[in-house]
Ligand binder design. Structure first.
Ligand code: ZN
Length: 440
């Protein structure tokens, strides 16, 4: 499974993470069905944006991109996204060699040419399948009016760069090649690294719908042009993420990185819930009410689990729960909304059983059922790690209660509430949860 990764010139935004979470859901579901998944995700660490960023920051390219790479992995962990087997970066020597070899082969086959501007382009007229994935006709690409001056160097306006010749803007970012100094194009990066790590034929290739054209069309043309084999058996593309019904953009002020959302007091698993819950081929509208709904849904799950654990405490054996509706819904093109629907139906039903006094073995069985499902959902963190400040307030309140200082204990409860936390006293000690802004 090959998944197009981030360009490391800034922090990834929640639209990027919607795609990465959908890919994680796919991987985890396949694994729950017994498949062994080997996944690769590339890191684009050289392109126009990274070069511009490093120039503006007055840093060498590698130093400029390093912190964004690091931040990306932190975000991946925050969202419980499984790490891929490999994260190849475009600037690694071994992959640059592969890219150059691939371009040489394409030239030898007549599928690529070096133009006047010294860059090397793919000759799309020689690859009749170009445009099939995106369902469009090559003739639509034929330019009628004026084109940018550098476009005159190409044989066809749709020909895309495999190797970009060095120019002043690139500064000290260049590599030697048979065509002179330059850098690889974005598309060849994915073809070469996917082939190097996973072979010429992939089972699955994912990305966002934005990637279909030209990026994935170009990957097919390059890879199949070289190998003569079918590059990818199944393409899965994730639809757009909207914010308040609009396309996310910096100018509209509705552009959010994961860090922006966390800074508003939401946890990684709340963001994961909000981004996973809509079918990947449907647009997802991100709103703050949606974040509150995610919080509520997780609180319901937490509360259900707490009750089940209490009820299961004295169980020896666990009753086998034979309910595969959740998995069956995901078998159907990852129908996550139906799968979550089954989960909440199960919660509703077993809450009724809990009210009536459930058998301990059944409670234990339901916990095991949840554990199987949660291998896929990864909402984990049943015991969410409390921020240190909150943990300390809870501890102080516990001390006050032991000293029967009810006034102080109430004061501390209010302080916790003001910080967005609810504390409830149970037989096993205080239970601390996120406070819901609605009166649910
Ligand atoms: Zn790619």
């Amino acid at each position: 499974m090959y998944t197009c990764g981030p360009t490391v010139y800034s922090h990834a935004h929640i639209g990027n993470f919607r795609a990465y979470i959908f890919e994680d859901l796919l991987q985890r579901h396949l694994e729950s069905r017994g498949f062994k998944v080997e996944r690769v995700m590339n890191l684009t660490d050289v392109d126009d944006k990274t070069i511009r960023g490093s120039r503006d920051a007055n840093l060498p390219l590698r130093e400029f991109t390093a912190p964004f790479k690091q931040a990306f992995f932190q975000d991946v962990d925050t969202l419980q996204i499984k790490r891929a087997e490999a994260y190849p970066a475009a600037t690694e020597d071994r992959f640059l060699k592969d890219m150059i070899l691939m371009i040489e082969k394409l030239i030898a086959l007549g599928l690529a040419y070096q133009a006047e501007d010294k860059s090397v382009y793919f000759r799309i007229n020689r690859f009749p399948e170009y445009g099939h994935l995106a369902h469009f006709d090559l003739s639509e690409l034929r330019s009628t009016g004026r084109v940018k001056s550098d476009e005159y160097d190409k044989e066809h306006v749709g020909d895309f760069a495999l190797w970009k010749a060095w120019d002043d803007e690139d500064g000290d970012v260049w590599w030697e090649s048979p065509w002179g100094r330059g850098r690889p194009g974005w598309h060849i990066e994915c073809s070469a690294m996917a082939t190097a790590l996973l072979g010429e034929e992939l089972d699955l290739h994912c990305g966002g719908v934005d990637n279909i054209f030209p990026h994935h069309e170009a990957e097919i043309a390059q890879s199949e042009g070289c190998s003569g084999k079918q590059f990818v058996r199944y393409w899965l593309h994730c639809a757009h993420l909207l914010v308040d019904g609009q396309k996310m953009s910096k100018s509209l002020g509705n552009f959010y990185t994961l860090r922006d959302v966390l800074a508003k007091g939401y946890s990684g698993r709340e963001v994961r819930y909000a981004l996973i819950r809509v079918h990947y081929r449907a647009p997802l509208n991100f709103t703050w009410e949606g974040m509150e709904e995610a919080r509520q849904a997780l609180t319901r799950i937490d509360e259900w689990l707490r009750r089940l654990r209490e009820a299961a405490a004295k169980a020896d054996a666990a009753e086998q729960i034979n309910d595969d509706k959740f998995g069956a819904a995901l078998d159907d093109d990852l129908n996550i909304s139906a799968a979550l629907g089954h989960l909440f139906e199960q919660i509703r039903e077993s809450n009724r059983e809990l009210d009536a006094g459930i058998a301990p073995a059944r409670a234990k069985g339901l916990l095991e059922w949840w554990q199987r499902i949660n291998q896929v959902l990864a909402f984990a963190a049943e015991e969410e790690k409390l921020p240190q400040e909150i943990a300390q307030l809870v501890e102080e309140r516990q001390q006050a209660r032991l000293a029967r200082d009810w006034r102080k204990s109430d004061e501390l409860r209010q302080q916790l509430q003001a910080r967005g936390w609810e504390v409830r006293d149970t037989a096993e000690g205080p239970v601390v949860t996120r406070r819901l802004s609605t009166s649910a």
